[in-house]
Ligand binder design. Structure first.
Ligand SMILES: [Fe+2]
Ligand SMILES: [Fe+2]
Ligand SMILES: [Fe+2]
Length: 379
């Protein structure tokens, strides 16, 4: 059956851009030495590798309608995208008058028809043998990226063409290419080397270590998200402390202001939750928050008055206090919540609505990432 016979199911971009998935994709790409050094081609290869890699992880999940739908979507996108990728490379080889370029183009066409045949959809439009489809494309892609493509690149260089410019000139719509989703993935993962845009890997590693080493989980997703967000800012500030003050000043002050604002938001959330819960230690907990607010305010004033040394004490205090407070105090109300998961979810929803709490996308991404990494590490 042809790959055009059923309505197209969209590939899920959030699934591909999932931070934990990206981390393993990055490792796989680097370990496999897939980089060719021609941006446009690398970006296309990365997209193909990502689709195969995603399909493989879908194959490991339980059989369900959703699983079947995802497999077809990824497989179709693979066929579609590979076709346009090979068309581009065929044009490159033809334009460069690479020996045997016609033969290579025929090989490409032959593989595409084999892959289309392997798509092999049943009456319901489901792929019959996902495993063999994945194995076919996986083996071929490995050889294509590592053995075949370097040959035309070397040929171009030998004939005094700059491969990057040459490929760029052959692309029909360079703007569309630069704005494409695969180029976006390439820039984020391989150029910026970030699994969450704007957040360095070292920050995520620190967060993970912290999450793993200390009992900071409250198992209330909203609160865990907020705690992670606070720690993210602390870790970010810590990482800036060793850079010269003049350089880091603006950035540091911005993060500090954000952090202090967010501490307030977070405390308000907790206080609201405790009140709703009728938590017996609410007042004492509230007092701890107040003490902390005061201490931070004092250090902040010292800093504003020109005592720049107080900044590192402030950062140390933030880390120590937050950590101890979460492990000892927040865990107490978390234990009360733990008796009723459904009520916790309901009350979190109510909190989000009533206090108009917004959860930035980055917060969700960090939370998903840390949770997935914890699960994978068996913690
Ligand atoms: Fe290629
Ligand atoms: Fe807290
Ligand atoms: Fe608290």
């Amino acid at each position: 059956m042809s790959d055009n016979s059923a309505p197209a199911t969209q590939v899920s971009t959030p699934e591909i851009f999932d931070p934990f998935f990206l981390e393993s994709l990055h490792k796989h790409w680097t370990d496999s030495h897939f980089a060719l050094g021609v941006e446009i081609i690398d970006a296309q290869h990365l997209w193909l590798v990502a689709l195969v890699f995603r399909m493989e992880s879908v194959l490991l999940t339980k059989h369900s309608e959703q699983r079947a739908g995802k497999l077809v979507a990824y497989a179709r996108e693979l066929v579609r995208f590979l076709r346009s990728h090979l068309e581009l490379e065929d044009r490159v080889m033809k334009a460069a008058e690479i020996p045997r370029h016609e033969e290579i183009a025929l090989d490409h066409a032959d593989f595409l028809s084999r892959l289309t045949a392997a798509l092999n959809l049943d009456k319901a439009g489901n792929i019959q043998n996902g495993e063999s489809f994945v194995n076919l494309i996986k083996l071929w892609l490995d050889k294509h990226i590592k053995r075949d493509d370097p040959q035309w690149k070397v040929y171009l260089s030998k004939h005094h063409f700059n491969p990057v410019d040459f490929v760029g000139a052959v692309v029909t719509d360079i703007t569309a290419e630069h704005e494409s989703i695969h180029m976006q993935l390439y820039r984020q993962l391989l150029v910026a080397q970030e699994v969450i845009p704007g957040i360095r890997k070292a920050i995520l590693d620190d967060l993970f270590q912290l999450w793993k080493r200390f009992e900071v989980r409250t198992n209330i997703p909203l609160i865990d998200m907020q705690h992670l967000w606070l720690f993210k800012m602390v870790v970010e500030m810590e990482s800036m402390l060793h850079i010269s003050f003049a350089e880091r000043r603006t950035h540091l002050e911005r993060v500090l202001a954000d952090l202090l604002d967010y501490v307030d938001i977070h405390f308000n959330c907790e206080e609201w939750l405790m009140a709703k819960l009728g938590y017996p230690e609410e007042k004492a907990h509230h007092r701890l928050h107040e003490d902390f607010r005061r201490t931070v305010q004092k250090l902040k004033q010292e800093y504003d008055a020109g005592n720049h040394h107080s900044l590192s004490s402030l950062v140390t205090l933030l880390r120590q206090w937050l950590l101890t407070h979460i492990v000892i105090e927040d865990s107490k109300y978390a234990r009360v919540f733990a008796h009723d998961t459904q009520a916790t979810i309901n009350i979190s929803r109510l909190l989000i609505r009533e206090k108009e709490i917004s959860i930035p996308r980055d917060q969700t991404l960090i939370y998903t990432y840390i949770t997935a990494r914890m699960r994978a590490s068996g913690a």
